[in-house]
Design a protein around this ligand. Structure first.
Ligand code: FAD
Length: 284
């Protein structure tokens, strides 16, 4: 199918985007890489009269690492996340997770901002950003504000972003310690049946800090506070890891679909979370 007709805009700065969004409201939508938006437009699942291309806005692109703080422009592609050596050195978790998204063709165009803002529970970046406790930078008609990744997702395709706002950048502190992003999928290029991001820090033989978040195991990404509680303070022994895995599986709320029934997804979630924790512990 082809899309219904729309007017195409390509502003050169963020102010231009915001004034178009303010003018056209719900009839307008920004487009980044188009790899999630164009398919739904072609299927006529969404009717957009004004498409605002973010591709010409230089301030939305690039990766900077200042001290321990990493800032990534919303229009940075997944390919750029993988190929940036400084980022891979500072936060190897990003490359590990990005390499598991779709395929090279999608990653050349798909952006971190589109992946995050879309609100699709199957997207990998939201869970990854919750693992990293990232901050999202939004700009809209009322100025700039920030929202934590762990507070951004409200339901499938519903986020804390207002209609007249765009995501401009993502920032987070580069984590130290062990890390892992594990994903089970049906085939190369597929969305996750279940995926998990884990961070583990160890001091004097005990887990001093941890983070555990899930992808595609609920209608939003899931930050697993109880799993973190089970790990922190423990010696990361089998009992603690077992308790963390159980807490993460209990926090998941998958739906039955072409990737399998609920019981199967919960079973896969348990395997994936255990694998991710064990990898992160081994690297810590
Ligand atoms: C075959 C295939 C397989 C895929 N597999 C995976 C996978 O395994 N894992 C995964 O995570 N993703 C997967 N994707 C999705 C892909 O990563 C998308 O590119 C990504 O989710 C959306 O990024 P985009 O830049 O293409 O955004 P677009 O499609 O341009 O936009 C998506 C949505 O976000 C909004 N948006 C975009 N940028 C902004 C912004 N800066 N501020 C506010 N709103 C914005 C748009 O208005 C739109 O509603 C797959 C896609 C395809 C086609």
């Amino acid at each position: 199918m082809i899309t219904s007709s729309f007017e195409y805009h390509k502003p050169e700065n963020v102010d231009g985007v915001i004034s178009l969004l303010t003018e056209w409201g719900d009839d307008a939508r920004v487009i980044a890489g188009g790899h999630s938006l164009i398919p739904v437009m072609k299927q006529r699942m969404t009717d957009i009269s004004h498409l605002i291309d973010l591709g010409a806005i230089e301030s939305l692109k690039g990766i900077s690492i200042d001290g321990g703080t990493v800032t990534i422009g919303a229009m940075t592609t997944q390919h750029e996340l993988i190929s940036d050596e400084a980022l891979a050195k500072a936060v190897p978790l990003i490359r590990e997770a990005s390499l598991q998204i779709a395929d090279p063709q999608v990653r050349y165009l798909g952006t971190i901002g589109g992946n995050i803002a879309n609100g699709d529970p199957a997207n990998d970046m939201p869970g990854l950003m919750q693992t990293l406790d990232a901050t999202y930078h939004l700009t809209g008609a009322n100025g700039n504000r920030t929202v934590q990744a762990r507070e951004f997702y409200e339901a499938a395709y519903f986020t804390a972003r207002e209609d007249d706002e765009i995501l401009t950048a993502i920032s987070f502190d580069a984590p130290s310690g062990g890390y892992a992003y594990e994903k089970q999928k049906r085939k190369i290029g597929d969305y996750a049946t279940a995926a998990a991001g884990v961070l583990i820090s160890v001091k004097a033989g005990k887990c001093s800090a941890a983070s555990v978040a899930l992808t595609n195991l609920s209608d939003t990404p899931v930050y697993c506070e109880d799993a973190v509680d089970a790990l922190v303070g423990s010696t990361l022994d089998d009992l603690a890891i077992k308790a963390a895995v159980k807490a993460a599986v209990d926090a998941s709320d998958p739906v039955a679909d072409t990737r399998g029934p609920v019981e199967f997804k919960k079973h896969v979630a348990g395997i994936i979370v255990k694998k991710a924790i064990n990898s992160a512990v081994a690297r810590a």
